[in-house]
Design a binder for this molecule. Sequence first.
Ligand code: NI
Length: 138
Amino acid sequence: MAELMRFGVSMDEGLLERFDAWVDAHGWANRSEAIRDLVRRQLVDEEWNTAAGDVIATLTYVYDHHVTDLQERLTEMQHTHHGLVLSSMHVHLDHDHCVEVLVMHGPPADLRALADGILGAKGVKHGQLVRASMAEGL
Ligand code: NI
């Protein structure tokens, strides 16, 4: 493990109070651990966006399966880009709604395009692309 370095951070009181409440609410061990994870998250996003090679991501989305042809269109998009989708999970949430989670691997632009296509489909109510990385060196 690399040597830990200390540094000081100046922050206005109100912002620090909100940060401490957030640290507590999310169960971080302390401010340092929270700051390290926030920095890693930002660097992973940066690395992901500028990567020359393949990256990984998950895409989560909720949709109403009664919307005409939506299920077929979503499945078609995944088949068209089958090389990018490593795994998918589908859960029937209630009478109307489904949630799907895709684990994807490939060039960042391709993953973003597939995510945009799925999240932009009529009937997809909510979703998010989570950029991930092995975070080597972080
Ligand atoms: Ni379903």
